[in-house]
Design a protein around this ligand. Structure first.
Ligand SMILES: NC(=O)c1ccc[n+]([C@@H]2O[C@H](COP(=O)([O-])OP(=O)(O)OC[C@H]3O[C@@H](n4cnc5c(N)ncnc54)[C@H](O)[C@@H]3O)[C@@H](O)[C@H]2O)c1
Length: 261
């Protein structure tokens, strides 16, 4: 039997076929899961996500618009999901946003209040906001797995990652508090700290080419991460194999976080 046979859930964050969420969905589907998807509102965004989902081989996907900066849109998307599916066994949070102007080495000290707050709002608070709506659906499913994507720049300084690093620190801590509160409902909340992957979001971070170059020399595996590396860990987290794992940050970065100099 497939690892995720009988499991259904929501994947948030597919912008195109290079998104981390796309690789996660590809792996979840490969292991037997049924996935629903959201996209940013707007025709162009919908088309892009729809095309990417089509590449995953999902016929007539459940696809719903959701701008996570709106509580109303989050509530609406989760209630539409609940009308279509009896269960939510997993939720993939793979979204982030910060104004690229402040993602350049040497610019952190200039970050305006609004740019700082909106980075934390969309990249961290939304995990709590979505977990609130996932909780009753997962509780009635006998438990569930929530996972969100982070990066090492939330823990150590990565010049250029700047306010996104602050947001990732908040995201990782949010996951731990959620894990504690939702644990009695058998809901596990974990973070995947992924290595650098070229995507729409990561192209906004200044100095990325240098980071990728260094990883091939310094990381234990002497290579950069691939989307499927993260996809495999997402399968583990969504499956019963990780039944005893919650509140963790799991690094999928070819080991670069373990190296001091
Ligand atoms: N690419 C990397 O190197 C890397 C490394 C570690 C962690 N991550 C994290 O992985 C996650 C996915 O990013 P990605 O690299 O796949 O880039 P991506 O651009 O493919 O995905 C980012 C997603 O965030 C969504 N998004 C932005 N604002 C939103 C909003 N207000 N409401 C709903 N969705 C919104 C976008 O629509 C997009 O689907 C992010 O949390 C990112 O920080 C990326």
């Amino acid at each position: 039997m497939s690892l995720l046979e009988g499991k259904t859930g929501l994947v948030v964050g597919i912008a195109n076929d290079r998104s981390y969420a796309w690789y996660i969905a590809e792996s979840l589907l490969k292991h037997g899961a049924r996935c629903a998807f959201t996209h940013l509102p707007g025709d162009k965004n919908e088309r892009r996500t729809r095309n990417a989902v089509a590449e995953l081989g999902v016929n007539e996907p459940w696809l719903f618009p959701m701008d996570a900066s709106s509580d109303e849109q989050i509530a609406n998307a989760f209630s539409k999901y609940a009308e279509s599916f009896d269960h939510m066994h997993f939720l993939v949070h793979s979204i982030a946003f910060a104004d690229r102007e402040w993602l350049q080495p040497g610019k952190f000290v200039q970050t305006p209040r609004q740019a700082f707050l909106s980075a934390i709002d969309i990249s961290a608070y939304t995990l709590a906001a979505m977990a609130k709506h996932a909780q009753p659906l997962m509780a009635r499913s006998g438990g569930g797995a929530i996972m969100a994507m982070s990066y090492y720049g939330g823990e150590k300084v990565v010049p250029g990652y700047n306010v996104m690093g602050v947001a990732k620190a908040a995201l990782e801590c949010t996951a731990r508090y959620l894990a504690w509160e939702l644990g009695p409902d058998k809901i596990r909340v974990n973070i995947i700290s992924g290595g650098y992957l070229r995507t729409l979001a990561s192209s906004a971070v200044g100095g990325a080419d240098k980071i990728m170059e260094q990883v091939t020399v310094k990381a234990p595996l002497r290579r950069n991460v691939e989307g499927s590396d993260v996809g495999g860990t997402a399968v583990y987290l969504a499956s019963d194999l990780s039944a005893g794992v919650s509140g963790e940050t799991i690094y999928v970065d070819c080991g670069i976080n373990t190296v001091g100099v």
